[in-house]
Design a protein around this ligand. Structure first.
Ligand code: SF4
Length: 329
């Protein structure tokens, strides 16, 4: 069966101070109904640009230079704000981090949840309020709390309100942009549990954008690791954690604190992540930081190749698989 969402060879450039720079390059992946995918990378990796492109929320100085996004087989007009309007909310909706800034401080939460129902679905006020009460219950807030103002709620409750709003028009995909980053560990776990429940209850597909691999381990089936605008590895959560194949993924997993072996601190990856303006101009973008860099790496961009269920973009990994193939031949 066709995927719900297909991102196909997508490249996006930004015009910055008269120059243009590529934010993402040749990004491809598919998402099935009810599936949860984590988009992981440091800041500047292109994960947010990828997600905003899918949602049709690219900034005005962004340009889709190649590729396309298809929803149920139909090409989305992702770089046309007006043409995207009917798709937003009802197909893909976004939960941003920092619910405090996104909610209107002077309106009761029930009013804010009812608003997209009125504006996007054309519901009369009474029906929209009933729907808003239903949505509150769905995200675990008693409906009579609907009269509260945002400042009267905890951070976790406010994030639940954001999720309720995102669900108002019954989308089949929700994109969470660091949806738990501002929350304490316990609240974070509760929000991830809620997303998991909504996923199975509503057959909702999730794209979770995060810098935090442990969030992905909790909530996702598959992981896309991004570095400097490209996908460098894709695999199931189990595979990526048990056997990371790209040197960058390996360092990312190594950097996670692990109480089991007494590692309490995040161990940062040496060197700086490239930003939009200082990316290596040739070769594998990770080569200045890669502990396994080979002679070919600074000059040739590794293509992303399929190995079984996984995809990896690394010269070293490809040659190790070719050697294995040769010795098995
Ligand atoms: Fe390291 Fe080379 Fe692989 Fe890039 S292609 S991750 S530099 S080994």
């Amino acid at each position: 069966s066709a995927a719900l969402l297909e991102v196909d060879g997508l490249s996006v450039t930004y015009g910055l101070m008269g120059a243009s720079s590529r934010a993402i390059e040749n990004v491809s992946f598919a998402l099935g109904a009810g599936e949860a995918v984590g988009l992981v990378g440091e800041s500047g990796s292109g994960k947010t640009t990828t997600a905003m492109a899918i949602a049709g929320l690219l900034s005005p100085n962004a340009r889709v230079s190649s590729g396309e996004v298809r929803y149920r087989g139909n090409v989305l007009p992702i770089d046309d704000d007006a043409a995207m309007r009917p798709h937003r909310w009802s197909e893909t909706s976004v939960v941003f981090q920092g619910a405090m800034n996104a909610l209107n401080p002077v309106h009761r939460i029930i009013t804010q949840i009812a608003e997209p129902c009125m504006l996007k679905l054309g519901m009369p006020r009474g029906e929209a309020s009933a729907r808003a009460r239903e949505l509150l219950e769905l995200v675990g807030i008693p409906a009579d709390r609907g009269t509260a103002y945002p400042h009267e709620l905890s951070g976790g409750m406010r994030q639940r309100v954001m999720i309720a709003m995102a669900l108002a028009c019954r989308p089949s995909i929700v994109i969470g942009d660091e949806p738990t980053t501002a929350l304490d560990v316990i609240t974070q776990a509760q929000i991830l549990k809620l997303l998991g429940k909504l996923r199975s209850q509503l057959r909702l597909a999730l794209i979770l954008i995060t810098h935090d691999l442990s969030v992905v381990a909790e909530a996702c089936d598959r992981v896309l690791i991004m570095y400097s605008g490209r996908i460098v590895e894709e695999g199931t959560v189990a595979e990526i954690f048990a056997q990371p194949k790209h040197p960058y993924t390996r360092l990312l997993i190594d950097s996670i604190p692990n109480p089991a072996n007494g590692k309490k601190m995040i161990r940062p990856i040496p060197g700086d992540p490239p930003n939009l303006m200082n990316r290596p101009s040739s070769g594998c973008a990770f080569h200045p930081r890669c502990p396994s860099v080979m002679a070919v790496c600074p000059t040739e961009v590794p293509s992303i190749d399929q190995f079984g269920q996984e995809r990896v973009a690394c010269h070293l990994y490809r040659s190790s698989q070719e050697d294995r193939g040769a010795s098995h031949a």
